[in-house]
Design a protein around this ligand. Sequence first.
Ligand code: FMN
Length: 377
Amino acid sequence: MTQLVESTSKLSLGPIEGSIAGPIAGRMAGLGVDFPVMIAPMVGISHVAFRAMLGRYVPAGLKPIIFTEMLSTRRLPSERLDSTAELRCTEGEKSGVDWFVPQILGNEERFITPSIAKLNTLNPWGYDINMGCPATHILKHNWGVRLMGDPKYAADVVRMVRACTDRPVSVKMRGGSDKICDLNYLDEFTQALEEGGADWLTIHARTREQGHEGRADWNLVGEIARRRKLAVVANGDIQTSADALAILRDFGADGVMVARAATVRPWILWQIAEDLGYEQVPLGREGERAPRTLAEEGREFFRACLFLIDDLERYLGDHPEDALKKFSFFAATGARWFMFGHAFWAVTKKPKSLAHLRELISDYRDRFDHPLKARIS
Ligand SMILES: Cc1cc2nc3c(=O)[nH]c(=O)nc-3n(C[C@H](O)[C@H](O)[C@H](O)COP(=O)(O)O)c2cc1C
């Protein structure tokens, strides 16, 4: 703790210092990030329409960092920016007003260099390297969590990306690649990444074997943050604004990254901002407070669904079948927080067009109450 407080004591997080339980300071401020709240990369979910929908819940003037889904550096060099759905961006992202970070998968310079050159034209805030994905088809290329097996190799991959860009470079990794989160190994591994030129790290504090289940070890993230000079962000099991604040205040991480909970409460960005003392609200929500009670959140969820359908139409309307699948996957992920989530998800599988989906969602909203659960296990 001492090292973190010493190295950041002059930086404040949130505009109203003292209105929260203690100074929350983060080394992300050294990278120009005042609001160190991120939304994680999620394949099939973190597409342009989802990012646009999240943007509707960002209080004016704040800049959370929103990730793309992971992008293969083997495919990127031959992909077209205009026709590849995964590479589409909002106008706000392209102009640099909204911050997004493409996450890349890869380990070879001959693919990484042209991939970054292509992504640079989209004007991202930074780049992230995936060192946490445990999927078998990823592991066979020695990508994802496999990179955690060799600190020197992993640091070389950071160097390859670092050499291609002046923008912040980060790595997202797991808390452990074996059955336990091993602090000593993580210490050695993160030190190698720091020496390789990474600007910040995210630790999904679960082991590879845990997948996405069970409690994440937020203490471990704080411990690594205390040992490193670079900023360390916590990910895993952050389901509520209270979780995010606890991590920032009590566990000593430099930032928080929300993943699945953003599919059920995309306004978590607004809630966190409010809880940090920011007074701004999202555009068009003047005079309102972020939804708080489980009933308020249940109602807001349907509004968010309709926003997402609008954004799917706008950005992916030329691939309607794909857009419908993306919506259904979003609903499947978030439905776990609903009492009767399965019934809702089943509805999202029926429509043949986005217009029909909009009708079904509106009808469902009018007929059923759907209070959320605050947390799922
Ligand atoms: C559907 C899905 C897709 C994911 N895709 C990615 C990905 O592309 N890159 C990545 O680093 N992590 C990916 N993850 C992991 C999340 O970013 C995050 O680390 C994980 O869900 C833990 O956070 P949570 O407990 O808040 O959900 C994915 C997770 C889910 C559920």
